[in-house]
Design a protein around this ligand. Structure first.
Ligand code: GLV
Length: 414
């Protein structure tokens, strides 16, 4: 199967559902970005393009970045055992998930304030995902109203950070439902804010506090300053946190560095039960690392689990999701188990699937892609990852992702 080189998606994929973009005309990547050959390349391009504090916010994690590093290492700990002389000419990267059939087994993970790094960042991700027929999860910690993103991609998922009290939870969930989202992701690994020392050192805060240093960081990155930040203010006004609550939150740039992150340390499964009763669609619980919690989530009505340590951005030293994936899959055979944190290559995607994941999510690289090249960049990143998945399926001797199992892997050095 010659994997298509257009960013539009998969020859092997079914047509996009009638509710998504019907056709995906190719979007040209600027010539200056022709050297972007892998997801890691986008990181380097974004490092140059973005002011230091903005890049630090996206790329950084917490404390000693131990989980961030462990996420990458966990994939290197497995090696493939390929099969040969299998006719793979009709292989397909298509992947079913929660009643839909996507073009590839990966989607765009939720990322806060994506519209600070890329002009209309959440919309760009949502449109590229619709064009490529992969899922996109919009973060509640975003600067574009959820209603706009739902209009741009009616199949987008919404990821909520729960407000700390029931009336606000109920109002937020009502708004998400009215906006038309059908899949709700509840992130459960943020009982308190994590220790983002790297943000403080790089001069990043939310909201951003105006300062001479921040002004210089902006002025020394004119493509971002004019093409993203000032363009946003000129055309859409000062961005605000739009979706943490049913109502609008703080502006992104403010003297008062107090963001309305409500205290949610007291939340428990009782609150999840309330949401389950209210939400008519699918609920995915994200941020689980212990198989017992995964089972509890399913027993409380979750339709899917995302095994995640939040890209290493919450508890430093938290186990890499890949290491606990098989236990979570064994504990929850009745729902799709998904994974994120550390996936950068098609080979990583296939390792996760061989260990039982039904689907994976990738975050930072799609944010970088949106920052450096907008929708064309995200489409390019989706296409690169899909091509890697397809090429590696061929070299593993696999026609369908459902054929993958642990027999295709062994522990390095074992
Ligand atoms: C938001 O979810 C973040 O990790 O910064």
């Amino acid at each position: 199967m010659p994997i298509e080189s257009s960013a539009a998606g998969a020859a092997a994929a079914p047509p996009a559902s009638p509710r998504t973009a019907a056709a995906a005309p190719a979007l040209a990547l600027p010539v200056r970005l022709g050297h972007l050959l892998s997801l890691d390349d986008f990181e380097e391009a974004a490092r140059r393009h973005l002011p230091r504090p903005v890049f630090a916010y996206i790329s950084g994690a917490v404390e000693r970045n131990q989980s961030l590093a462990a996420n990458r290492d966990s994939y290197a700990q497995y090696e493939f055992v390929p099969r040969v002389l299998v006719d793979i000419s009709r292989r397909s990267t298509a992947a079913p998930l929660l009643g839909r059939r996507y073009a590839a087994p990966f989607g765009i993970a939720p990322m806060g304030i994506s519209a600070l790094s890329a002009y209309r960042g959440d919309l760009v991700q949502a449109q590229a995902a619709a064009a490529g027929n992969v899922p996109m999860v919009m973060s509640g910690s975003s600067l574009i109203r959820m209603e706009e993103v739902a209009r741009a991609n009616p199949d987008a998922w919404f990821q909520a950070y729960l407000p700390g009290d029931e009336p606000n939870i109920v109002a937020l969930i009502e708004r998400v439902r009215a906006a038309g989202f059908r899949t709700l992701v509840i992130t459960v690994d943020t009982p308190v804010s994590s220790n983002r020392e790297n943000n403080v050192r790089a001069g990043f805060s939310t909201p951003l506090r105006p300062s001479l240093r921040l002004a210089w960081d902006g002025l020394s990155h004119p493509r971002w300053l004019f093409g993203t930040f000032l363009k946003t203010i000129a055309l859409h006004g000062m961005p605000h946190f739009e979706n943490n609550f049913a109502h609008r939150g703080a502006p992104i740039l403010s003297q008062d560095v107090v963001r309305d992150l409500s205290e949610r340390g007291h939340l428990d499964w009782q609150h999840f039960r309330t949401i389950r009763r209210m939400w008519p669609g699918q609920i995915v619980v994200k941020g689980i690392l212990d198989a017992r919690d995964a089972r509890l989530a399913v027993d409380h009505g979750a339709d899917g689990i995302i095994v995640s340590n939040h890209g290493g951005r919450q508890l430093d030293g938290a186990v890499a999701p890949l290491r606990v994936l098989p236990q979570v899959v064994a504990a929850c055979p009745d729902v799709p188990v998904m994974i994120d944190s550390g996936i950068r290559r098609g080979s990583d995607v296939l390792k996760a699937l061989a260990l039982g994941a039904k689907f994976v999510f990738v975050g930072r690289p799609f944010n970088y892609a949106a920052a450096v090249a907008g929708e064309a960049g995200v489409r390019h990143a989706i296409a690169l990852l899909q091509q890697e998945v397809s090429r590696n399926m061929a070299m593993l001797g696999v026609n369908s992702l459902s054929e993958l199992d642990a027999s295709y892997l062994r522990k390095a050095g074992a």
